[in-house]
Design a protein around this ligand. Structure first.
Ligand SMILES: *Cc1c(COP(=O)(O)O)cnc(C)c1O
Length: 545
């Protein structure tokens, strides 16, 4: 189908830009553009097809032998791919941190791909390099608020970097801990430093058993990847229990002192500026004190919550973030930029030099090439999307959106609290919350019956939450995610809960009410619901005699 000629003439045509406005390629472009608009105005899931069915469309391992016409290929993409994508723009898609984007990103994306600049070195990026440095400076300013003289001196300095732009929060966390590691195990007389000599030699030289990183159980799994990739080992990520959802400074200090008493060294404490699961913020100011006492690096993972700094009302929730040595920010989360935009920001502009790399053909000494201090090599100009969004929305625009998201989460929390068939499990600090669906009788029973009986009810409730979440996702009108959480109220035992992220500015209160109604209806139709109700009634009757 749609097979084209195998000739250089045909291939040259594929490489050249459309000749005029109504050429074939321009028409295809318009067609795709119309189709995507159509798709984005539909439900979360347009076509209910199983993953197994979809896999059949992608089952050929062989490289296609002959070229295909672009028009024919575009049709096949629309049919096989677009029609089965998830509409993350939908106002009722409130389960994950990926949400609707401002429309201007579509034409800007064309510019980005059209220019295809490579930020690894100035020779392939020119103006994009100063732009990216400015964006990193803006984030630095938002977090650390240094003087104008500071930014004048460092923004475009070849010997400094205010941060590292990368593909996302994962690489930002790895980059931050990489810098921390290389600084701690740096060169000194008689030792070339970990970057050159390797980790084993560094441990011998510095007389260290192990290097560890402290965070709470709610730490993002990218931290576990980071300690693995940096050679520390996953067992050296000390994840401390946090039944109240935030890391207690006294626990962090105790764990750090105990660890160091065994001949180990704490590399870093990671405070979370908005956990991925519940949106709680660790006590950053107190954790900065602990880091100081342990003599270690202080990293704040603000991949999701960092954007809260735009809001003068809510930025105090991240109090202490300016005492961090490094901060992770994800512009593709609450900064409404397409995926592929993470940043590690360094308080001290000298720190990134701990990972600086020089190569003869590129990244020459004294050059302003950004590739010298980033983990990734070739990178596109995503910083432009951040730059443009910062300008088009402005701080005050972001502030409005962030404040509205948090207020909406508070409204949703009230709706859950007043609804007889739902229970709020964590209330929103930022725009995230978790809750469960639960018969009123079970809610009563949970207050009155023995811990053993509560356990039984909770296990069944977990199954109910899973079943309702799946049924809702399959129905395709709306999407809420689920997770497992340890709760202070249950002596740290884990329960399964719905998880909601209110990031889409177009989600209305009516949407939220509808989502609750849909969940209540789905739940009440389930056999599990009736079983739970019956069991709770029996327990209550028994408890009252
Ligand atoms: C999303 C997230 C990450 C990982 O970011 P990616 O962009 O998915 O790599 C890390 N930490 C936190 C707190 C996050 O919310």
């Amino acid at each position: 189908m749609g097979e084209a000629q195998v000739s250089l003439k045909h291939l040259y045509r594929v490489f050249t830009k459309p000749e005029h406005k109504d050429s074939k390629l321009a028409q295809i472009e318009q067609h795709l553009s119309d189709n995507i608009m159509d798709f984005l105005s539909q439900h979360v899931v347009t076509k209910k097809t199983s993953l197994e069915e979809i896999e059949k469309d992608f089952s050929q391992a062989g490289v296609p032998e002959s070229p295909e016409f672009v028009s024919a290929h575009a049709e096949s993409l629309l049919e096989k791919l677009v029609a089965h994508s998830v509409n993350t723009y939908s106002p009722t898609f409130i389960g994950h941190m990926t949400s609707a984007l401002p429309y201007f990103h579509l034409p800007l994306a064309k510019l980005l791909v059209g220019l295809n600049q490579n930020l690894v070195k100035i020779e392939t990026s020119k103006a994009f390099t100063p732009l990216e440095r400015q964006v990193l400076g803006m984030m630095h300013n938002l977090i650390f608020d240094e003087s104008d003289a500071f930014y004048d001196a460092h923004l475009h300095s070849a010997r400094h970097a205010l941060g590292a732009f990368c593909s996302g929060g994962t690489v930002a966390n790895i980059t931050a801990l990489w810098v921390a590691r290389n600084k701690l195990l740096g060169p000194r007389p008689g030792f070339n430093g970990v970057a050159k000599a390797g980790l084993a030699a560094a441990y011998r030289h510095y007389d260290i058993n192990n290097l560890g990183v402290i965070c709470s159980k709610r730490g993002h799994y990218s931290l576990s990847k980071a300690v693995d990739a940096l050679g520390l080992g996953r067992e050296q990520l000390l994840t401390l229990p946090c039944p109240a959802q935030t890391l207690r400074p006294e626990d962090a200090l105790k764990a750090g002192l105990e660890y160091q008493a065994q001949g180990n060294k704490v590399l870093a404490i990671v405070g979370i500026g908005g956990t991925t699961e519940t949106g709680h913020v660790d006590p950053l100011d107190e954790l900065a004190d602990v880091a100081k006492e342990l003599g270690c690096w202080f990293h704040v993972d603000a991949a999701w919550g960092g954007a809260t700094l735009f809001s003068s009302t809510n930025r105090s929730k991240l109090k202490g973030i300016s005492r961090a040595d490094s901060v992770t920010m994800d512009a593709h989360k609450q900064m409404y930029v397409p995926m592929g935009a993470g940043m590690a920001i360094f308080k001290n502009p000298e720190d990134a030099n701990a990972v600086r790399h020089h190569a003869q053909y590129i990244l020459r000494e004294g050059s302003k090439d950004l590739g010298a201090t980033t983990l990734e090599g070739s990178r596109n100009g995503m910083a432009m999307m951040v730059y443009s969004t910062l300008h088009i929305l402005g701080r005050r625009g972001y502030e409005l959106i962030i404040d509205q998201n948090i207020e909406k989460a508070q409204t949703f929390a009230r709706m859950i609290n007043t609804h007889p068939q739902f229970m709020l499990t964590t209330s929103p600090t930022l725009s995230l919350l978790t809750y469960r669906v639960c018969p009123a009788s079970v809610q009563q029973a949970l207050e009155k019956v023995s811990p053993q009986e509560c356990d039984k009810l909770n296990q069944k409730l977990d199954q109910l939450v899973v079943a309702v979440q799946k049924a809702q996702r399959e129905a395709g009108k709306s999407f809420v995610s689920r997770t497992r959480l340890e709760c202070a109220e249950l002596d740290g035992k884990a329960i399964t809960v719905f998880r909601v992220v209110l990031a889409n500015p177009l989600t209305t209160e009516q949407d939220l009410a509808n989502i609750l109604e849909e969940q209540a209806l789905l739940a009440q139709k389930m056999r599990l619901w009736k079983e739970l109700d019956k069991r709770a009634m029996a327990m209550l009757k028994h408890a009252s005699v």
